[in-house]
Write a protein that binds this ligand. Sequence first.
Ligand SMILES: NC(=O)C1=CN([C@@H]2O[C@H](COP(=O)(O)OP(=O)(O)OC[C@H]3O[C@@H](n4cnc5c(N)ncnc54)[C@H](OP(=O)(O)O)[C@@H]3O)[C@@H](O)[C@H]2O)C=CC1
Ligand SMILES: N[C@@H](CCO)C(=O)O
Length: 439
Amino acid sequence: MVAPLRVGIAGLGTVGVEVVRLIERQGRVLTERTGRPVKVVAVTARSKAKKRGIDLSGITWAKDALALASDPEVDCLVELMGGAGDPALSAIDTALKAGKSVVTANKALIAKHGLKLAKAAEKHGGALNFEAAVCAAIPVIKTLREGLAGTGISRVYGILNGTCNYILTRMEQEGLSFDECLKDAQRLGYAEADPSFDIHGHDTAQKLAILASLAFGTQVAEKSIYVEGISSIAPEDLKAAAELGYRVKLLGVAVRTAKGIEQRVHPTMVPKSSSIAQVMGVTNAVTIDGEGIPPITLVGPGAGGAATASAVVADIADVARGIRAAPFGRPVDKLRATEKAPMERHEGGYYIRLMARDHAGTAATIATRLAEQKISIESIVQRHPNGSEPPKTAGKSAPVPVILITYATHEDAVHRALQAVQRDKVISGKPQVIRIEKN
Ligand SMILES: NC(=O)C1=CN([C@@H]2O[C@H](COP(=O)(O)OP(=O)(O)OC[C@H]3O[C@@H](n4cnc5c(N)ncnc54)[C@H](OP(=O)(O)O)[C@@H]3O)[C@@H](O)[C@H]2O)C=CC1
Ligand SMILES: N[C@@H](CCO)C(=O)O
């Protein structure tokens, strides 16, 4: 009889509880597939008293994550507490230095400390697996690290955050407010403990940093990523996008350019007919452009307890099988420093929504400022609400929305043109700018 893989789980929240359930439910299948039983022997969380709806009888309760990591009865530490620092960091470091394997879903920690931890794993012989950290159930880490080990990669991009896609979908389809949708995402267990990581784009950036490292053989560099979240997206942007044949998605994009690797996270207008536009709700999608082959797109549930547990348990199964892949696809000292392509030189089309003063010559002034920066306008729409005359405030007409779509131009040209428009005082408030990605 082969000795079981003895698993210790730190964190029994949305994901941890589902991992315990899945190992219990799939016990026989896991043994058949890995050649070895997988057994949860110890757990910990903040509160021992909390009711969790799982049977923990016969399982040791460790006093804290560090005690769990150093417990000689545990072969594999599964870290599901979250957070880029302690106790997750010390617990993982301790387990790896003791030669144990570690499985984690913690992208914040891997994006920040992944290289140091991967070095410890290399040195002490344990595995460091984090499939669940990016797009939950979608096996995108394995695809980049193993499935495409022989293929050069020029671009990896997609919808990497379930919470944001869920919010944008429900705002567009049901006309709900941002706050209502966020509350539902939290209730369903999609959002991070601090949901600002989701809505301000940092969760996507952490995932993109991990994918870029695997795709391009570079060091994980979250700080090289340009990040914008979805909190400024208003219902009128979603409506205008729909009318113009687009949908708004929060995309993470890492692309090899002549000037280095461009890495960016921002709301993006994608054509309604594109496959990425069809990805709705908590679903994620990642497209990988491999050299010499057509793009590969992986689509699946990107958040939630059961979806995430699926990837965590697959990682545990690899540990049980004795697989020890280099966490970032190659030894850490072979990963190159990231050459960052400047965002100001990003090239693409832009959606611009301005609140323009409603008097003669405003549209001409805006068009002139754009022309000065050699920006060509694909379409311009100036409208009064419901097609009526603009409302009057204190004898003056209230500002009216002007929506412009530009042909491909550079980021810095757009900034210069809009600064000039603001100096001209023909608009009120801050212009709304959304990048357009046509393919
Ligand atoms: N939810 C999701 O859809 C996904 C989550 N992830 C990642 O998985 C990880 C866990 O997420 P999730 O399950 O949603 O988070 P939860 O907030 O639901 O659960 C966190 C768990 O960790 C425990 N915990 C927190 N701090 C400590 C501590 N200091 N010491 C011991 N235990 C602690 C909590 O204990 P207690 O219950 O007692 O409070 C809780 O059981 C995170 O890294 C997250 O980014 C990844 C992919 C998807
Ligand atoms: N909060 C994350 C969880 C999955 O990583 C999301 O919504 O995508």
